[in-house]
Design a protein around this ligand. Structure first.
Ligand code: 5BU
Length: 299
């Protein structure tokens, strides 16, 4: 059993150093929801209609702001207002993938000014740690959070094996202030052998300091308070297994939360494509994912 999966979301919220991760975990507990809705529609009206109908069921609303044809910062302001009123966080699924200097600008400037309204965003680790440094220079002072794409849900994607392992290492090297977790299909943050040794002996590298850092920056495991805690958000979820015609692969809420130990399911078409019944269907997903979490805790 992974050490993180036996704790409640509330327990994890208390210890988390990042304000966005803390708020997300608190919302999850308060609303009994580990469901994120992905609102992949192309007008402001459609996005807001869906958010208004399912906002009370979800802990997180995920956007793709570059597909919204009439995007304005007023729309973003309204989304932020709804996030406060209906109690969810906003996750812009931007998947940054460039050098540090460019992503800094893509995150803070342009038409979308993502950092001004999105609590959470994500990035490919592909360009190396500079992408985290660039994004954190903008996001960390604002209390934002970043997820690294350690795995993907699409068929035959290249984010596997060593790439996934190195994504997790990159997050650990970056420290705990800004990188709050991963987009992944599994609990990819398996404790490293060094961390296990440290937990048993209370020392690293033979120096005998109980709270010493694994990576030299004070961000390794060092006693329970210092225990790392990554959020795993997982797309590719529907109520039954399957896929679409373009390589998307679906698993069920139970498979994702119970079998794989992930934290949050991300559901797009499973909710917003069921026109007129979005709230009812969202409730089904919320219930299924929450029951899977409660069962996992009882194991
Ligand atoms: P769907 O309609 O539930 O298939 O939408 C899934 C959403 O999650 C969609 O916005 C994708 O861009 C997003 N996604 C994904 O499906 N798979 C991934 O690996 C990543 C993001 Br990363």
């Amino acid at each position: 059993m992974h050490p993180t999966t036996i704790k409640t979301y509330a327990e994890r919220a208390k210890l988390h150093p990042n304000p966005t991760a803390r708020r997300l975990l608190e919302i999850m507990e308060r609303k009994k929801s580990n469901l994120a809705v992905s609102v992949d529609v192309t007008t402001v009206k459609e996005v807001l209609d869906i958010v208004r109908s399912v906002g009370t069921k979800v802990c997180c609303v995920k956007t793709h702001c570059d597909i919204i044809q009439d995007f304005t910062l007023d729309f973003a302001k309204e989304l932020v207002r709804l996030s406060q009123q209906m109690d969810f966080i906003i996750f812009e699924d931007r998947k940054f993938a460039d050098i540090g200097n460019t992503v800094t600008l893509q995150y803070s400037a342009g038409l979308h000014r993502i950092s001004s309204w999105a609590d959470l965003t994500n990035a490919h680790p592909l360009p190396g740690p500079g992408i985290i440094s660039g994004l954190s220079s903008v996001g960390q002072p604002l209390g934002r959070g970043l997820l690294l794409l350690a795995e993907m849900s699409s068929k035959d994607n290249l984010a596997t094996g060593q790439y996934t392992t190195e994504a997790v290492q990159m997050a650990r090297q970056a420290g705990r202030g800004f990188v709050v977790g991963f987009i992944a299909m599994n609990r990819v943050d398996i404790p490293s052998p060094v961390s296990k040794i440290q937990k048993v002996n209370g020392m690293v590298n033979g120096h005998g300091h109980g709270n010493a850092s694994v990576n030299g920056n004070g961000n390794g495991y060092g006693g329970d308070k210092e225990m790392e805690d990554y959020l795993i958000l997982t797309p590719g979820v529907q109520l039954s297994k399957g896929g679409d015609t373009l390589g998307q692969q679906y698993r069920t809420p139970h498979q994702v939360i119970f079998d794989s130990g992930c934290d949050v399911i991300i559901v797009g078409r499973g909710i917003y494509a069921v026109k007129g019944k979005e709230a009812e269907v969202a409730e089904e997903y919320r219930k299924a994912a929450w029951e899977a979490y409660e069962r996992r805790l009882r194991c």
